[in-house]
Design a binder for this molecule. Structure first.
Ligand code: TEU
Ligand code: CA
Length: 540
């Protein structure tokens, strides 16, 4: 049966912060927790109710903090535990909850557990990780890491390999070992007692791995582990839990987001994010087919209606900037950013805004030396060795590199976009002179003001949360149109997803329809202008 208490995250919008690139306050060029506290009033103005923080735990930063060396300590580069507790308290004063990023599939190789585990095969921590006997140069199988190269790392002293789905400095934790699970649940409860509002769970569908059978995602014991974790910690509460599940299907998501609270609140599924990928590697792209995108997003809306809950997002710290990928970051940047926001925020689920998305920040094209991300740098080496042309590799980086999302937040047109007084850890996008928060907070027709309206509407109008979704014009190659229905109320969303002016077939907008918002001041009858989006409210 459904959980009883009102779930705050059902009419909330969540904002994702990549702390390293958000706001620096001590001049070391790296964003910090004090910087987030300094910007809470801005986030309160935007109207968001939760902040998902990418990891700020102690870490050697091999994968920018997704390699955790101590789950219960804050890395000095971000500040102190007192800063973290202050952020939680200051957030509460503004009705904003803090959601931390839990990386439970792997730890850093500098975590004390792994340091112990490597000492000997009979060390009590040895089977906290996944080891296989072997001989040098002959890994147990040909599984590869997501960050290029083999997923097996040789330890000569032990004559063993350890398994790592990501970098070799991110050894996979062995969830088959009950002691590992118990330690992780203790840590989760420890953080819950600190007053957090939720967790994002990193690659959580990879924890039930069976490497001998080459199984990583959706392993046989996955839901058993998740149910046990929920029961021991956050289950049945109004704690927001969102799992990152690249391999989710609607059927699996019904389990993950079962309203009975037995697993998570929701998951990030990535089916819509894979549609412009050409083949098995993210670096090879093809044009996005709008009809396919509409089919996929509608399938998820229909499947989880009154059975589960969707997360809604276009981008995050791993993905290129939405306006560059799905819109037009040159001529129609403002219109297309607003169109994408309208199409996403009209749907049922919890929307996520990634830092900078609300002001239409764009991708970058840097010299190789300006990039920082291990995934991208390893791919560059691997493809160079395979003989790929330099220009083709760089084009893949420009289109899909994770660093597109990690350039510093653009606060103003001052030095380094107001992100730091020092030298930023990563180069600021040169377009910060035009694209920044300070300017857009004042402009009536800015992308920021548009997002503020969308966030506000979701809180004020129950139809955004409860209305049934219905796709319109399913086969139209340019128009994304749908409605939401709740009793005698209707929301109608009509969007031209492309940059050419098109005839708009008659979607009988009743006379008394009230236009809630649009990205053009003037309408042309029977026509949708480039990237034009409109949202109507109709009372029948
Ligand atoms: O990402 C999981 C993941 O698979 C992504 O790295 C994805 O493969 C790729 O980035 C697509 O562009 C999570 C975190 O979000 C990511 O930042 C971490 O690097 C990764 O797990 C390992 O913790
Ligand atoms: Ca700093």
């Amino acid at each position: 049966m459904e959980q009883k208490q009102k779930l705050w995250w059902k009419d909330a919008v969540i904002y994702q912060i990549y702390p390293k690139s958000f706001q620096d306050t001590n001049g070391d060029g790296i964003g910090d927790i004090k910087g987030i506290i300094k910007r809470l009033d801005y986030l309160q103005e935007l109207g968001i109710k939760g902040i998902w923080l990418s990891p700020v735990y102690q870490s050697p930063q091999d994968d920018n903090g997704y390699d955790i060396a101590d789950y219960q300590n804050i890395d000095p580069m971000f500040g102190t535990m007192e800063d973290m507790l202050c952020l939680i308290e200051e957030g509460k004063k503004r009705d904003i909850r803090i959601i931390m990023d839990l990386v439970l599939n792997h730890s850093s190789d500098e975590h004390r557990w792994f340091i112990e585990a490597k000492k000997s095969k009979d060390n009590p921590y040895h089977d906290y990780y996944v080891w296989r006997d072997g001989e040098e140069g002959v890994p147990p199988n040909d599984m590869t890491s997501c960050f290029s190269g083999s997923a097996w790392e040789w330890v000569p002293e032990l004559k063993q390999y350890y398994f790592h789905q990501f970098s070799k400095k991110q050894p996979d934790l062995n969830w088959e070992n009950e002691k590992v699970r118990k330690e992780l649940y203790q840590m989760i409860k420890w953080w819950m007692d600190k007053g957090l509002g939720g967790f994002r769970l990193d690659v959580i569908d990879c924890i039930a791995k069976e490497p001998d059978k080459k199984i990583t995602g959706n392993g046989p014991r996955l839901h058993e582990f998740i149910k046990e974790m929920a029961k021991e910690t956050f289950g049945g509460s109004d704690f927001l839990t969102v799992g990152e599940t690249w391999g989710a299907t609607p059927e699996l998501a019904m389990q993950y987001s079962n309203p009975d609270g037995s697993e998570f609140s929701m998951v990030f599924q990535f089916e819509h994010i894979m549609l412009d990928q050409d083949g098995p590697e993210k670096w090879d792209v093809k044009p996005l087919d709008l009809v396919e995108l509409k089919q996929v997003l509608s399938k998820w809306q229909d499947a989880l209606y009154q059975k589960g809950w969707n997360s809604l997002f276009w981008n995050n710290h791993d993905l290129p900037r939405a306006v560059s990928r799905f819109g037009d970051d040159k001529v129609y940047r403002v219109e297309s950013a607003k169109m994408l926001a309208t199409v996403l925020h009209g749907m049922q689920g919890t929307p996520y805004i990634y830092q900078g998305e609300e002001i239409g920040m764009t991708n970058v094209q840097y010299e190789l030396g300006e990039y920082r991300d291990i995934e991208l740098l390893n791919m560059y080496q691997e493809r160079k060795e395979k003989g790929y042309k330099e220009a083709d590799i760089m084009n893949s980086i420009y289109k899909k590199g994770r660093d597109n999302a990690r350039t510093p937040m653009q606060w103003s047109d001052e030095k380094e976009a107001g992100f730091t007084d020092g030298t930023p850890w990563m180069k600021v996008n040169p377009n910060y002179k035009e694209i920044h928060v300070e300017r857009q907070r004042k402009e009536e027709d800015s992308i920021f003001t548009y997002y503020k309206t969308l966030v506000h509407l979701r809180k004020e109008m129950p139809i955004f949360v409860e209305g049934k979704y219905e796709l319109l014009l399913p086969n139209h190659p340019d128009i994304f149109a749908y409605r939401r229905i709740l009793g005698n109320e209707e929301l109608l969303i009509v969007a031209n997803f492309h940059g050419n002016e098109i005839q708009c077939p008659d979607i009988q907008v009743e006379k008394e329809a009230k236009k809630l918002l649009s990205n053009y001041k003037e309408e042309k009858v029977g026509v949708l202008q480039p990237y034009e989006a409109r949202m109507y409210h109709i009372i029948k």
